[in-house]
Design a protein around this ligand. Structure first.
Ligand SMILES: [Fe+2]
Ligand SMILES: [Fe+2]
Length: 292
């Protein structure tokens, strides 16, 4: 993954198929899709937080038990808008994260859609900060800089665009590495993203497309947080083929753990079948006996 490879994952759908999706979305929205989605997928009793304990070998004692709240694939637009994350915000507050991370696909089609969620997302807090990467949908219209600026100013998110931030000092410090999207970014560059990572750091990588995990994990990587697949969203035979390949909710890639967040929003239809919307709450531990 470097500057010489501008797109490492091919786009999956033709323009005609994308237009067909758009027509379906418009019809479902006109029939009350947003209220239906909120009631069936985002309300109390439906939306849950999936808690995962992840082994991070060598993690500094000062970071033991670090709590990372991971949200993904909001897809603001026809089926999700202002106020719809009310219960997600409450679940996040109860989890009391040290870090809040967002792994992309903020919008369905236009940057303005993402801005409808700024109020909800501004209410979510984390002791050490809020960080984000873009997903393939977020590059529509090439307004990423504008989105990043508004999310920073109005909701406190810092976008890690092939860039890392470090927490702690000395051996076992945490390097949070954010990558540009594999399909739509012009020049995703993992080497550039790691310029500030130091020997002895423990890496947590934010990478929207889980296919990127195999390209970027190294001996320092404990965890990759992804989204993109929606857990196949409508997870029944034939229909599930429309979704990107879902490697599983939690799998091993090399020596690292890959967690694929099924996301909060929906595409095409305001529906999820055997792929519930979720937030993921990660407990990071340097002690192997604590992790499963
Ligand atoms: Fe998505
Ligand atoms: Fe995506």
């Amino acid at each position: 993954m470097n500057g010489a490879a501008p797109r490492l994952a091919p786009r999956r759908f033709s323009r005609g198929r994308l237009l067909a999706f758009q027509g379906l979305e418009s019809l479902a929205a006109a029939l009350g899709g947003r209220a239906f989605y909120r009631a069936t997928c985002l309300s109390a009793g439906r939306l849950q937080i999936r808690e995962e304990t992840v082994h991070a070998p060598g993690l500094a004692a000062e970071l033991e038990g670090l709590r990372i709240l991971h949200i993904s694939d909001l897809h603001a637009g026809p089926f999700l808008g202002a106020g719809d994350l009310e219960h997600a915000v409450e679940l996040g507050r109860r989890f009391a994260p040290d870090l809040l991370v967002l792994t992309g696909d903020l919008i369905t089609r236009r940057a303005e859609e993402a801005y409808t969620l700024l109020g909800d997302l501004a209410q979510m807090g984390a002791r050490l900060g809020k960080y984000a990467v873009f997903g393939n949908h977020d590059y529509r219209g090439r307004r990423e800089h504008e989105i990043a600026a508004r999310f920073a100013e109005e909701a406190g998110f810092e976008f890690l665009r092939d860039r890392a931030v470090r927490f702690g000092s000395g051996p076992g410090a945490l390097a949070l590495v954010g990558l540009e999207d594999l399909e739509e970014a012009r020049e995703p560059d993992a080497r550039r993203a790691r310029v500030d990572v130091q020997r002895g750091d423990v890496e947590v990588i934010l990478c929207h497309n889980p296919a990127g995990a195999a390209l970027v994990v190294n001996e320092r990587t404990a965890l990759v947080l992804s989204g993109h697949t929606h857990g196949r969203q409508i997870n029944v035979p034939l229909v599930r083929r429309l979704a990107p390949p879902h490697p599983g909710d939690r799998v091993r890639v090399g020596g690292a753990t890959l967690i694929v967040n099924r996301g909060l929003g929906a595409l095409g239809l305001p529906l999820r079948v055997r792929a519930r919307a979720e937030l993921v709450g990660v407990h990071l531990t340097g002690r192997a006996e604590v992790a499963r």
